[in-house]
Ligand binder design. Structure first.
Ligand SMILES: [Fe+2]
Length: 212
């Protein structure tokens, strides 16, 4: 009936996942520093998330701390790879923000995106089993008008994609992509380190690609 058949994946969304080699010593250092950041030196009290509350978040300058140098190096390596894969040109880029998020049992994080950034990401320093998946939402709201019943779920017939965190896992995604975090169902804390990255210099323009 057909001479040829093609399925074009148009406007795909890139979510890159990296697994760090030898992440355990790195995570130990990150956990120790975050523990220190939570401590109020005058009162001796530790700041943290409250049960059924929202995540605890640190200040957003962690990329400037020497204890985060190792992680920042990995973030640069991952971002360089993603930008190469996306085949975009840029003069340079900077990590603009980097912060820690801690969730205890029952704590989730609502849907959000990361404004004023090109790429964002998250690294898992502590991710016990069932600590809550990160869920990316289909960025095309029009697709929610109608759903067919999938025979088998694939990237063309779902409107959310969930990833289970693992210690040493680094995810890099477009900053505009909405996502949320499911409640931590473990008795242990979940600690992630998020970051935003932005270009310096000239940006591009809207482009159309001719396939035929
Ligand atoms: Fe986020």
């Amino acid at each position: 009936m057909f001479r040829q058949q093609e399925m074009h994946a148009m406007f795909p969304t890139s979510v890159a996942v990296f697994y760090l080699k030898d992440h355990e010593p790195l995570n130990r250092g990150l956990l120790a520093k975050v523990d220190d950041l939570r401590l109020d030196k005058t009162t001796g009290q530790k700041a943290g998330p409250t049960e059924f509350g929202v995540s605890w978040q640190s200040e957003s300058n962690l990329h400037e701390l020497k204890e985060f140098e190792g992680l920042v190096k990995c973030i640069h390596g991952a971002v360089d790879d993603v930008l190469a894969e996306l085949e975009v040109e840029y003069e340079s880029y900077v990590i603009t923000e980097c912060w820690a998020n801690m969730n205890i049992r029952g704590v989730s994080h609502p849907t959000h995106s990361h404004p004023n950034s090109y790429l964002s990401g998250v690294y898992y320093a502590k991710a016990p089993e069932n600590c809550g998946r990160i869920v990316f939402r289909d960025p095309r709201p029009q697709t929610a008008i109608i759903f067919a019943k999938p025979k088998r779920m694939n990237d063309f017939n779902v409107n959310q994609i969930k990833l289970a965190p693992q210690e040493g896992m680094l995810i890099v995604f477009p900053s505009w992509l909405q996502h949320f975090v499911q409640p931590n169902q473990s008795d242990e804390e979940r600690l992630s380190i998020s970051f935003n990255m932005m270009f310096k210099g000239e940006l591009g323009m809207q482009l159309a690609r001719t396939r035929y």
